[in-house]
Design a protein around this ligand. Structure first.
Ligand SMILES: [Zn+2]
Ligand SMILES: [Zn+2]
Length: 424
């Protein structure tokens, strides 16, 4: 769906006799889908390949944008990587030389140790970026914690390095880091946003904590890393459930805007593909934006003009005051089950903590009534639609394919997509 302003602009361009005379540098006039991954690691932190090799992997597989989000570092300045382990060495270095040329790869020896220079983003992006085809977006993973609880927050398109802010509890750590990104945006005028990574990694973040982060607009509903517990377990809510709890409380009780769900790779391992490895290609976002620029992508993501995917592709999403309608890009022999999920305005808000054997409340997401995040409708259609009754706080959609995912984060994973919540 085009926003009314864009639609008008498009009409004007069509009617304008000069529209056909645009030169080749002019960007396309209408919004389209761009595929990208916002969470990726390289040798700049704990990934196992050179950043330009990783960027080339994504570009060659049809991605339009990529954010390399290394732990607590922006890819800037001078950095030499010591070849003291297999990481970055041997065949990995050979492939890097073969792909980019020996003249591109800078090596030196310091006190008997071989080192390779890690190129900063500003330098290597010149080899890979193309207008309307491939964009690299600056990023970093602010890697913080409270006691043993990991709190990881990506900053997409920051202008300056963001040191981990710390804090007195998990909620405070999230707030301080999120606010640091928003403050930098305010100060610099550069569109950028924070997103909460893998809340269930190390069982670090509960739904009750997540819902209270005022400045948070995005979290990872799907992360391709094999040890981040997307599905939860017997005593921990899965991330689809966490999303519904957070949406319900923000919209009904806390007077806060919705949180959108991202799918990301969080890839670290680029040489051996297997379940159990942290491989690229598992989760991504499809963003509908007029231009392939960081600014246009940030604005479209903030407007909810995107969906998250681990394999299911949508040709169209229409969200208006009356309904949420989808058009699935179907594959032969594959079926699709769409669940429209939401909470009604009159819902049972009772919830209780999960208790330890001692009777004390555990610091894990509470248990809530079935009213929270109900399946409001289900469809096997290839163009599923949900018409609002008017009593919904929000409605989102999750599409599950009958096709098993190739090299998923766990065995038995089916390809899926997550459509952002609509507030009727
Ligand atoms: Zn992380
Ligand atoms: Zn990560």
């Amino acid at each position: 769906m085009l926003r009314p302003g864009l639609y008008l602009l498009h009409l004007l361009l069509l009617l304008c006799p000069l529209a056909g005379a645009q030169d080749a540098d002019a960007p396309p006039a209408t919004a389209r889908w761009w595929k990208g991954n916002l969470h990726t690691h390289s040798l700049w932190s704990d990934g196992d390949d050179y950043p330009e090799m990783i960027a080339a992997w994504y570009k060659e597989r049809g991605y339009h944008f990529l954010a390399l989000s290394d732990h607590n570092v922006l890819q800037e300045g001078s950095r030499w990587f010591s070849l003291t382990t297999p990481r970055g060495s041997g065949p990995v270095l050979d492939r890097y030389r073969a792909r980019f040329g020996a003249a591109w790869v800078e090596e030196r020896q310091i006190s008997g140790t071989n080192q390779v220079r890690l190129k900063p983003l500003a330098e290597y992006r010149t080899r890979l970026e193309e207008p309307d085809r491939f964009l690299l977006v600056p990023s970093m993973e602010i890697t913080d914690r409270h006691l043993t609880a990991p709190v990881h927050i990506n900053a997409t398109n920051p202008r300056e390095f963001l040191p981990a802010a710390g804090g007195s509890n998990v909620l405070d750590v999230m707030r301080r880091n999120v606010n640091a990104v928003l403050d930098q945006r305010q100060r610099t005028g550069q569109p950028m946003f924070p997103h909460i990574n893998h809340p269930n990694f190390g069982w670090g973040i509960t739904a009750e904590e997540l819902m209270h982060v005022e400045g948070e607009r995005f979290f990872e509903v799907y992360n391709g890393h094999p040890s981040v517990h997307n599905d939860g377990d017997a005593s921990h809510a899965g991330l689809d459930r966490v999303w519904d709890i957070v949406l319900t409380w923000r919209l009904a009780k806390l007077n806060l805007p919705p949180v959108y769900g991202l799918a990301v790779d969080d890839s670290h391992h680029y040489h051996t593909n297997a379940v159990g490895q942290s491989n690229p290609g598992r989760g991504w976002v499809m963003v509908r934006a007029p231009h392939l620029t960081a600014e246009a992508l940030v604005h479209a993501l903030e407007a909810g003009e995107f969906y998250a995917s681990s394999g299911v592709i949508l040709a169209d999403i229409t969200r208006d005051a009356k309904s949420l309608r989808l058009r699935i890009e179907t594959q032969p022999g594959i079926t699709y089950r769409t669940q429209f999920i939401g909470t009604r305005k009159q819902f049972d808000a009772a919830n209780e903590p999960v208790r330890l054997p001692s009777g004390d409340a555990a610091r894990v997401t509470h248990r809530y009534s079935e009213d929270v995040g109900r399946v409001l409708a289900e469809s096997e259609a290839t163009e599923p639609a949900y018409t609002f009754r008017g009593d919904e706080l929000y409605v989102r959609a999750r599409i599950t394919s009958s096709r098993l995912k190739n090299n998923g984060y766990r065995d038995g994973e089916f390809e899926s997509a997550w459509v952002q919540p609509v507030i009727p």
